[in-house]
Design a protein around this ligand. Sequence first.
Ligand code: NDP
Ligand code: MG
Length: 381
Amino acid sequence: MGRTLTILGSTGSIGRQTLEVAGAGGHKVAALTFGHNVKLAEEQARRFHPKLIATPEEHTAADLRARLADTDVRVLSGEEGLMEAASLPEADTAVSAIVGVAGLRPTLAAIDAGKRLALANKETLVCAGELVTARAKARGVDIVPVDSEHSAIFQCLQGAHLREVRRLILTASGGPFYGMDRKALSLVTRADALKHPNWSMGQKITIDSATLMNKGLEVIEAMRLYGLPLERVDVAIHRESVVHSLVEFADGAILAQLGSPDMRLPIQYALTWPDRTEGPAKPLDLFSCPPITFQRPDVETFRCLGLALECAKTGGTSTAVLNGANEVAVGLFLEEKIGFLDIERLVEGALERVKPVQDPSLDDIFEADRAARQAVYGLTR
Ligand code: NDP
Ligand code: MG
């Protein structure tokens, strides 16, 4: 069935691939949101004819409005603009692909408007998972994960009951610095960290993959999506990125989803679920696959993963503090203002300074995020 989409973060890595999938699969596009890439937003508007495009800043919106003066596309700015795009009545599906906690409010707006949620923005679940899933349940909204590991698990769980699940096993490539010791890690550069061995993604998630924070965020994402405790979500380093994740059932059977590392497949599945259709994703050639291996992660060397697992156990606003501090630290690393190991040092420092609140409201979560950011800036001054 063709769907009508609102794509939050259409100019990003997931947003662009969603448009490829939409173009190939005959899905319509009702609304788009973006950050700063006006040129690409204009191209997307001319190709996909959305009714509405929104962007946070008015000067960016004014630029796009001028570029699209010969069309009837409405261009809005500010949080209200993003919320209107997220809840546009014409769309039946929202693809949540803004990076970071900036995606939280628009994602909630899409849920409140009753859209199917194709969720890539893991930070939303890390910061406010219980709130988001409770709201989706109350509204009768399906959350279909786009993150490749969670999509793999979602696929393995089709037709199964959660009570039959012993544990989820998330695979991790290990990133570009797999096997390095702390001394070597202290010397890696921004350029080294941006070279992911298997996936091409936005800059923030690429750095998170290098620190293994990404896997920590994904453990929390999986716990929130399925309401499982930390003891039932494991991580296995799997260098080849062929097995996208696994589910172990009560009888000891393990199901896995395999594929080439191509995000267009999980994106497409989130749109077409429960159906499967032809699509642009590259098929996996079993006979040219490397041998498949699994190892335990090293949480001592890759401290960000250890910190995330501690926050997963603590719960409450600790995961929002973890995320907010990490967003700022990764930004500083990308600006080459701090070193690679400073990311974990700053996140740990913020976690020591900002005390967690249990059963948080949305306001508590935004306050924890703000305090975490301030703590990191304080530590770098
Ligand atoms: P990108 O950085 O490539 O894209 C982010 C998108 O969000 C862009 O459209 C950007 O606009 C927009 N944006 C950035 N900041 C803001 C803001 N403050 N307000 C509104 N819009 C904003 O990220 P990715 O596509 O890589 O990732 C998106 C999400 O999906 C992340 O949460 C990531 O963890 C998750 N994900 C990504 C995967 C991937 O393969 N890329 C895999 C699994 C999950 P602009 O560029 O115009 O400034
Ligand atoms: Mg992932």
